[in-house]
Design a protein around this ligand. Structure first.
Ligand code: HEC
Length: 121
């Protein structure tokens, strides 16, 4: 009789704890979803020059253009705007691809502005 009573109490404990477990699992699964939704803010600009630079130019111009990689460092360039614009448009044989076809004048202007505004990290 005594043993049966203890068993029943144990079962009750498990039953009492089950809802807490369900809530904990729900919270654990829900958090990453909430975090993902937070990063895709509706007002984010679709064409961010920094991102464009990182994906298109970053392979050769390291750290967003701040340091030399396969290509030279672009931050604090002593070159003229025209020189930089032409290099982006025309590229350089065997060194850098030309982007005059890929980007509009406005996009190249935006990239130039981006390069001129680079600051050390
Ligand atoms: C495949 C590698 C590569 C990629 C990709 C690349 N570059 Fe270059 N870039 C170079 C190299 C190498 C040079 C140096 C060319 C030379 O010898 O004058 C250079 C030079 C430049 C210069 C002139 C800097 C200077 O002082 O001579 C600018 C501006 C520039 N790149 C911008 C860009 C931009 C903007 C992009 C992306 C749209 C880009 N590059 C993508 C390799 C690359």
């Amino acid at each position: 009789m005594q043993a049966g009573l203890i068993l029943m109490r144990r079962d009750l404990w498990v039953l009492a704890l089950m809802p807490i477990g369900v809530v904990a699992v729900t919270i654990a699964c829900g958090l990453p979803v909430a975090a993902q939704q937070a990063t895709t803010a509706p007002n984010e600009p679709t064409t961010d020059v920094g991102q464009l630079f990182a994906s298109t130019c970053g392979y050769c111009h390291s750290d967003g253009g701040r340091t030399a990689g396969k290509g030279p460092k672009l931050m604090d360039s002593p070159r003229s705007d025209d020189f930089l614009r032409d290099r982006i448009k025309l590229g350089k044989e065997g060194a850098m691809p030309a982007f005059g076809e890929a980007f509009s004048e406005a996009q190249i202007d935006a990239i130039l502005k981006y390069i001129r505004s680079l600051k050390p990290n």
